[in-house]
Design a protein around this ligand. Structure first.
Ligand code: ADP
Ligand code: MG
Length: 153
């Protein structure tokens, strides 16, 4: 797998990276958001979703309890939070495959359904570093190349 990393000094930097990613993603992309509680997974997802919606104040509720929130944006986006996933049956009911077929999937706590995540996913791993965060974006093939090229601009 190839990877790139960035230091995100503050919340605004995390939001901005989400906005930059919104310019690069395409339907079928699956972005796995790795990181502990408070790492900034939801902050990044919110920035990405608001940019896709073209509305910086777009309501982005946490899918902690519903497990998934879908957005009818020009490029549809499905925001999963699998922290409270209790069984593989429950995962099947979430319609993950349909979500991937129709748009972009953002997945917080993907390790709760690791075996169900597609191999072509892009992994975004966020860790605390000082007062900020470090993010490592990794993946293979054309999806990684497209994202990396877009972020370099
Ligand atoms: P998660 O979804 O990973 O549990 P959240 O996005 O809900 O995390 O919360 C992350 C917290 O960290 C928020 O309080 C946010 O303001 C803060 N935060 C996000 N990105 C950064 C950053 N790059 N540097 C410092 N604080 C950040
Ligand atoms: Mg979260």
């Amino acid at each position: 797998a190839r990877s790139l990393e960035r230091f995100l000094p503050d919340e605004a930097a995390t939001t901005r990276l989400g906005e930059d990613l919104a310019m690069a993603v395409k339907p079928g992309d699956v972005l796995l958001l790795d990181g502990d509680l408070g790492a900034g997974k939801s902050t990044l997802a919110r920035g990405l979703i608001r940019a896709l919606a073209g509305d910086p104040a777009h309501e982005v509720p946490s899918p902690t309890f519903t497990l998934v929130q879908s957005y009818d944006t020009p490029v549809p986006v499905h925001h999963f939070d699998l922290y409270r996933l209790s069984s593989s049956e429950e995962f099947l009911e979430l319609g993950f495959d349909e979500a991937v077929a129709s748009g972009v999937a953002l997945v917080e706590w993907p390790e709760r359904a690791a075996e169900a995540m597609p191999a072509v996913s892009l992994r975004l791993a966020i860790e605390h570093e000082g007062d900020g965060r470090r993010i490592v974006i990794s993946g293979d093939g054309p999806v990684f190349d497209r994202i990396a090229r877009s972020l370099a601009m």
